[in-house]
Design a protein around this ligand. Structure first.
Ligand code: ADP
Ligand code: MG
Length: 739
């Protein structure tokens, strides 16, 4: 009998080599394998008959091969297959598919899946359908007669799971079907259910075993649309299961955190006055509200853990400076961490402009400083002389000792991931450990550290829908800056073909003549002669030369990219900031945080090659002053459909939340919330956008469990759920460190 934890190698049909291929896919155990869910299902119990197909629909068809062959057009070889049912016929076409040449024999039964279309004569056809030759079990070889029969019975006369092929196509949907079926049949029968009965009851969850079985092999009567949308009882059980144990961990961390000793900062009139004094402008209503939320947290005795979301340009920096003053006025030190040196430098400049006048002592700690200088600065920090320390996260979090650290601000958190964020808060890196759950169980005093935990403010421009943020960053409170400073006119965005470049450069000249500055952005630093596909891509370095020498010979054109050393970067950035350069040619290094309000034009070449969020972040560099700003998205015309949609979204909208939603839709949550990007764990079966409601249910149920035993739930059940949670966190999220 197989246990869920059995290595996948013990499943019949999986040898060491295939086990390796699967491992690369994250499938190491039987449990992993059983969580490799079909991405769709085919109804081969009631397949559509050819006669009733309609153009425009996605359909599964089971029919007999009539004939097939390859014919060549001038542009490419096309493989044509004709299948039939009685007198109805259906044509299937594949482009460039010489490999299909000897695949089909007349008389074979095939299952086809694809979009039905009408050809020029009104006959129905399917282009490039997915297909399976039914009964053709020899494909994978090795099976004996009885096995072949059994395998064949998995292919027709039922709802059939379709898995994504993997291992360079070697592991086909059919292969997965056979393997997973065998694993299910040999799975030990009594799987314990770690979810407490009361929770199961609240959501009418089916048992783990039933869920595993039916998610792969649905009953004939199962709703087909529920299957396709992952809403069958089996799906719901598996998705909830995954989310519940994540939320349970988060809930516990939240409790532990609230029980920790922080710093209760004083907010007296003196401090209030100091905060107001530095303001170079009237804060927006949103900035006032958010500062109040932060100040309230800072006054409380438990450590602040707050996420500040605000679209690019919404004015997060000044709010952070104000929070810093609260800490400094209370005699504490503040660390402000930025993801790049450029941004750290920039924060340093603005901090000096805004805070140094008020007499605060600010230091910048970057990797490019000389060793001696670094040592000096470190000493300043350790002795408590430096009050505000600005630097990149790598520098600050690893090696710097503070005399009295009171507040940590992490800017552009989406660039860090949660892991680094936690490292700074040292003790919290570990999975929740304690077991003081229960209505009257006290927090063990031994867990309190002697030094109080600093407050932490995390800032991000990645707009995660609020409920989602609350549920995912379970331990963070969320503030939103949902208002731009006044006097901004929305950036005008146009998408233009490359051939209109001369007009664009003319426009750039005019803007510069009017006293403004311009960014020109490229996707790569250097041309890559080895990559033929990329040979036509214009690169920052080459284009810098051309723009400087040929296109704008009378202007000052600078170049900024990630491979310059820190000094060079700083130099270029400063010259641009001071207006000595009119044009800055750059890569996406300028994506975050760069703030030069006088820049009013951004030209992005090969704009279709950038992601949507990236384009929006880039565009956020302009439109920062009162003057009208323009973003020009250049492209060569051969744009993919998705690229088209991205450009279109940019032209239509300036709203970060709207753009994020579309981005989410285009890329899917996996990419959007790439673990690196946002520090959110990758899920096996859940999709946090699709499963938003289950996520909220999971959070609710987790809180219910953590609140302790009652008539509904016993301490024993709670302990069992917590044990399961800990082992899962250690196993799956140990590296990610949620929340
Ligand atoms: P982000 O939220 O993207 O980090 P910044 O903090 O860099 O935005 O602010 C963007 C620009 O808006 C800066 O030039 C800043 O000085 C300016 N700004 C911020 N708040 C206000 C305000 N209330 N009124 C006018 N300008 C503001
Ligand atoms: Mg910023």
């Amino acid at each position: 009998m197989l246990e869920p934890s059995t290595p996948v190698q013990y499943v019949k049909g999986i040898g060491p080599r295939l086990a390796e291929v699967l491992a690369a896919k994250g499938i190491a155990t039987v449990d992993d394998l059983l969580h490799y869910l079909p991405f769709r299902y085919e109804d081969r119990l009631n397949p559509r008959s050819v006669a009733e197909l309609r153009a425009g629909e996605m359909a599964t068809v089971i029919a007999e091969v009539r004939n097939s062959g390859l014919f060549r057009t001038r542009r490419m070889p096309i493989f044509q297959l004709t299948v039939g049912q009685g007198r109805s016929k259906l044509k299937c076409l594949w482009f460039n598919a010489t490999y299909l040449q000897d695949k089909f024999q007349p008389g074979q039964m095939v299952a086809l899946y694809g979009k039905v279309e009408a050809d020029r004569d009104g006959n129905l056809q399917i282009m490039q359908p997915q297909f399976e030759i039914l009964g053709d079990i020899n494909e994978e070889g090795g099976a004996d007669e009885a096995e072949k029969k059994a395998a064949a019975s998995l292919e027709i006369g039922r709802i059939v799971p379709i898995y994504e092929s993997t291992g360079q196509g070697k592991l086909t949907p059919r292969w997965f079907r056979r393997i997973i079926r065998w694993a299910l049949e040999n799975l030990k029968p009594d799987l314990p259910d770690p979810i407490p009965a009361a929770v199961r009851g609240h959501l009418s969850l089916v048992s783990p075993r039933e869920a595993l079985f039916k998610v792969h092999w649905p009953d004939a009567g199962e709703s087909f649309s529920d299957l396709q949308s992952s809403r069958t009882p089996a799906h719901i059980r598996m998705i909830f299961d995954e989310l519940f144990f994540i939320e349970l961990g988060l809930e516990l961390k939240r409790r532990e955190q609230k029980a920790q000793t922080g710093i209760a900062f004083q907010l007296n009139d003196g401090v209030r006055e100091a905060i107001k004094k530095i303001l170079p402008f009237h804060p927006t209503a949103a900035q006032k509200r958010v500062l109040k939320e932060i100040a309230t947290d800072m006054q409380m005795a438990c450590p602040m853990r707050r996420l500040l979301q605000g679209d690019v340009g919404s004015g997060k920096t000044i709010v952070a400076f104000q929070a810093a003053i609260i800490a400094i006025e209370n005699g504490y030190q503040v660390a402000l961490m930025a993801p790049t040196e450029i941004l750290a430098q920039q924060h340093y400049f603005s901090a000096r402009q805004i805070l140094e006048r008020a007499g605060y002592r600010i230091v910048l700690l970057t990797g490019s400083l000389e060793q001696d200088r670094k040592r000096d600065i470190r000493r300043h920090i350790a002795q408590g002389h430096a009050q505000l320390v600005i630097g990149t996260h790598a520098l600050i979090q690893d090696r710097v000792e503070f005399e009295k650290l009171g507040l940590v601000v992490v800017d552009e958190q989406h660039r860090f991931g949660v892991m680094q964020r936690l490292k700074l808060m040292k003790k919290e890196g570990a999975a929740p450990t304690q077991n003081h759950v229960g209505a009257d169980a006290p927090v063990r005093p031994a867990e309190r550290s002697s030094a109080p935990e600093p407050d932490v403010l995390v800032m991000t421009a990645t707009p995660i829908p609020r409920t989602l943020a609350l549920t995912l960053y379970g331990d963070l409170d969320v503030s939103v800056l949902d208002e731009l400073p006044p006097g901004r006119t929305p950036v005008v965005t146009r998408s233009l073909l490359d051939e209109r470049a001369p007009e664009v450069w003319e426009f750039v000249r005019k803007q510069i003549a009017a006293g403004h500055q311009v960014y020109v952005v490229y996707p790569v630093i250097e041309e890559n002669p080895e990559n033929t596909e990329d040979r036509e891509v214009k690169a920052a370095r080459q284009m810098h030369r051309q723009l400087r020498d040929k296109i704008f010979p009378s202007l000052h054109v600078g170049l900024l990219h990630g491979r310059l050393d820190a000094d060079e970067k700083e130099h270029v950035m400063r010259e641009f900031q001071q207006g000595k350069l009119e044009v800055l040619v750059a890569t996406t290094v300028i994506e975050v945080g760069v703030d030069v309000p006088n820049a009013t034009v951004m030209v992005i070449e090969h704009a279709d090659r950038f992601g949507l969020a990236q384009l929006h972040q880039l565009r956020g560099r302009i439109g920062r002053g009162a003057a009208k700003s323009y973003c020009v998205l250049m492209h060569g015309g051969k744009v993919s459909e998705e690229g088209e949609r991205r450009l279109d979204a940019m032209v239509r909208s300036n709203d970060g939340f709207q753009i994020a939603e579309l981005d989410l839709e285009l890329r899917g949550p996996g990419e959007f919330f790439g673990t690196k990007q946002a520090g959110i764990p990758s899920f096996r079966v859940a999709n946090i956008i699709r499963d938003r409601q289950l996520l909220e249910a999971a959070k609710r149920e987790a809180a219910f469990v953590v609140s302790g035993p009652s008539s509904e739930i016993s301490q024993q059940e709670i302990d069992r759920a917590l044990r399961e949670m800990r082992s899962r966190w250690a196993l799956s999220y140990g590296l990610v460190e949620v929340g």
